[in-house]
Design a protein around this ligand. Structure first.
Ligand code: GUN
Length: 296
């Protein structure tokens, strides 16, 4: 059997189209223009690429984006002052502080300073807590993107056995909470899990978020399972000096066993920015007391 390839680019484009229509309608009705502020400290090339692409995509759906750049040497106090300013700015509905931050800055302190209503990354403990207790939360973008892909693929997730490999605060833990909210039976596996292959083989839904290239092998996958690969790992390519991107799942093997699978690149990756914009619209609507309806 060869798995269906889940096209994250297509789903991301559909989500962004839906967002553009909502933003246009909001503006036509005299409502607010959703605004996203991105704070970048230092000149890490990967972070610069992410931030540029977040801004470009925000513009494409009709949102305002505001960039705030700081040198690598910026102090924690400067950053906290910027967060306070953005919290108070009514044009800014979402605030994203790009991670990682330089070591002189306590990232948790900065993230906790963001108004939870503007926390479009869903990293603030208030949003993490609300996700766990079932309240209205802004949810971390990558796991919410994975959930959108899963629901489009499988419909109702109730009763399905989901195994999340990885327990990070950004992906593994919120992913497990989202799956639990959908009434899946959820296992969080990690580096200390005994017999990880056997655990994975039980999964109707397998989410790989470990950051280890091609760790999850084809024979760890239950035939017909839906596999979501969150990993983005750069490894040496076929030609000397060249590199390529691979996921946490050994794709060539897994595609022969799974029912459906996300590729790397072109699976989960493109969903993250689309969900960031979705979260910005949700934050904007809630701040203005307007209804927010799910797009996909
Ligand atoms: N750095 C890499 N991914 C992310 C993300 O999703 N949010 C933030 N704030 N920083 C990141």
């Amino acid at each position: 059997m060869t798995a269906k390839i889940i096209d994250g680019n297509a789903v991301s484009a559909a989500l962004r189209e839906g967002l553009a229509a909502r933003v246009a309608k909001l503006k036509a009705e005299g409502g607010p223009t959703p605004g996203l502020a991105v704070v970048l400290v230092g000149s890490d090339p990967a972070s610069q690429v992410y931030v540029k692409s977040k801004q470009k995509r925000a513009g494409e759906v009709g949102m305002n984006s505001f960039e705030h750049l700081f040198p690598e040497t910026a102090s924690e106090a400067e950053l906290l002052a910027k967060v306070d300013e953005l919290n108070a700015d009514p044009k800014v509905h979402g605030i994203l502080v790009q991670l990682p931050l330089p070591k002189q800055i306590d990232a948790d302190k900065v993230l906790e300073r963001i108004d939870p209503a503007k926390d479009v990354d869903g990293f603030h403990p208030v949003n993490v807590g609300r996700l766990a207790t079932g309240g209205p939360a802004l949810v971390s973008c990558t796991p919410l993107g994975c959930l959108i892909l899963l629901k489009r693929e499988l419909g109702d997730l109730a009763g399905k056995r989901a195994v999340v490999v990885g327990r990070s605060n950004i992906v593994g833990k919120p992913m497990a909470q989202l799956l639990l909210r959908e009434s899946a039976t959820v296992v969080i596996a990690h580096s200390k899990t005994r017999d990880l292959p056997a655990e994975c083989r039980q999964a109707d839904i397998l989410v790989a978020a470990v950051g280890r290239p091609e760790m999850i092998k084809g024979d760890w996958i239950k035939p017909g399972a839906t596999v979501i690969d969150v990993g983005i790992n750069r490894v040496p390519g076929a030609e000397p000096g060249k590199t390529k991107l691979v996921g946490d799942v050994a794709f060539a093997e897994a595609v022969e066993v799974a029912g459906a699978i996300t590729p790397v690149p072109g699976g989960v990756g493109p969903m993250t920015i689309a969900v960031l914009l979705r979260n910005t619209l949700e934050a904007c609507c809630r701040q203005h007391g307007l209804p927010f309806e799910e797009i996909l």
